[in-house]
Design a protein around this ligand. Structure first.
Ligand SMILES: Cc1cc2nc3c(=O)[nH]c(=O)nc-3n(C[C@H](O)[C@H](O)[C@H](O)COP(=O)(O)O)c2cc1C
Length: 138
């Protein structure tokens, strides 16, 4: 099992509607290829976790890097593990724009977002992801 976490910046013309349409196609492809993950969107930036069989993940990440709907793709974490972090065989999407404005609520909201979808394995990956999202949402 291979996990990759990266961040990137959406191009200005990539609207919320188009993102949702793109992710619906992605979910179907991910299911077929045994890929799970989650993707966070905030102020035109993405953070995405993808996990699955090593070849699948490398091929998908190569595709994603080439995708001209976003830029500044930066690898944050690459890790082999025995188990998945995500329960669903698709791609959970969290649009965090406009939310989490209040400092005191941020932690609670993040916790509840994660509880729904994560397994108890790979706590280090989960903690890393949380810290990157916290950075992203400022
Ligand atoms: C931010 C972002 C996240 C993406 N996530 C996925 C994904 O999880 N799975 C997927 O199959 N494609 C994803 N894509 C789309 C891929 O870049 C690519 O378009 C897709 O794999 C189809 O490749 P193909 O055109 O070679 O068939 C994502 C694209 C972007 C911009």
């Amino acid at each position: 099992m291979q996990t990759i976490i990266y961040k990137s910046k959406a191009i200005d013309s990539f609207t919320r509607e188009e993102i949702i349409r793109m992710l619906n196609r992605s979910k179907r492809r991910n299911k077929k290829h045994g890929v799970t993950g989650c993707i966070f969107y905030h102020n035109n930036h993405f953070i995405q976790l993808i996990e699955g069989e090593e070849n699948e993940i490398h091929q998908l990440y190569d595709n994603i890097k080439e995708d001209d709907r976003h830029s500044q793709v930066e690898l944050l974490l690459e890790k082999k593990s025995n188990e998945r972090s995500m329960l669903d065989w698709s791609m959970a999407y969290y649009d965090l724009s406009g939310k989490l404005a209040e400092q005191g609520h941020r932690r609670l909201l993040l916790e509840s977002l994660f509880v729904e979808n994560l397994t108890n394995s790979n706590q280090d990956v989960v903690e890393f992801l949380k810290s990157e999202i916290t950075k992203l949402i400022g």
